[in-house]
Design a protein around this ligand. Structure first.
Ligand code: ZN
Ligand code: ZN
Length: 207
């Protein structure tokens, strides 16, 4: 689903059990909140996880709504905490109020598995766009949810605090391009792509 002024991609991942995790809930305001809940209800999904690739404001605007509606605290990498805690100030720069953020109580790190239904997502630690950034991969189904690390024909910005181009390109080459050319890549903005396409065509990081 595409939410908020930044056109952020919010992902719902589920399997045949209907258990579902939400990644980067960006819904802002009641219309987008209702759209999310209607989608969950219409597809008979049971939300069991509330995950963040990273804590830039556009990826966490649904924080309090997901907690209040589904009782799930956010789960993120521990290195994301400083950015999470500055989200209120960051929001003000864009005229967005983010009061009452719900704090995480558990954290993810490289190699962890997030289980739902009969499946799991593997955590890849990929800083470079921002500290604490993680991606969620499933090697059986051959997809990876990459937040703002890699986009179709582009990569994440590295001019924001804790951004680092060398680190980002190292992580793209060593953690994403090594997954396999046939992996589908679902970025935090814009259309999906594949590892093979980006290895060949990405103008910033070659495979
Ligand atoms: Zn970002
Ligand atoms: Zn973003």
């Amino acid at each position: 689903m595409v939410f908020n002024a930044f056109q952020e991609n919010t992902f719902l991942v589920w399997d045949e059990t209907r258990e579902c995790v939400i990644i980067d809930p960006g819904c802002e305001g009641s219309a987008e909140q209702n759209e999310l809940t209607e989608f969950i209800n219409n597809n008979d999904l049971k939300l069991v996880g509330h995950l963040y690739t990273h804590c830039h404001i556009d990826h966490i605007l649904g924080n309090a709504y997901v907690f209040e509606t589904y009782g799930l605290r956010p789960v993120m990498h521990r290195d994301s905490l400083p950015v999470f805690h500055s989200a209120g100030d960051h929001g003000k720069m864009f005229g967005i109020e983010v009061d009452g953020l719900i704090e995480p109580e558990t954290f993810l790190k490289e190699g962890d598995e997030v289980k739902f239904g009969n499946h799991a997502l593997e955590v890849l630690h990929t800083p470079g766009h921002v500290n604490g950034h993680i991606c969620f991969a499933n090697r059986d189904e051959k997809f990876v949810i990459v937040g703002d690390v890699l986009f179709r024909d582009s990569i994440g910005r590295t001019d924001l605090p804790t951004g680092d181009f060398d680190l980002l390109s190292h992580n793209i080459q060593n953690k994403l391009y090594t997954l396999g050319r046939d992996f589908t890549v679902h970025p935090g903005h814009g259309p999906s792509t594949t590892i093979g396409y980006e290895m060949l065509n990405n103008p910033f990081v070659k495979g």
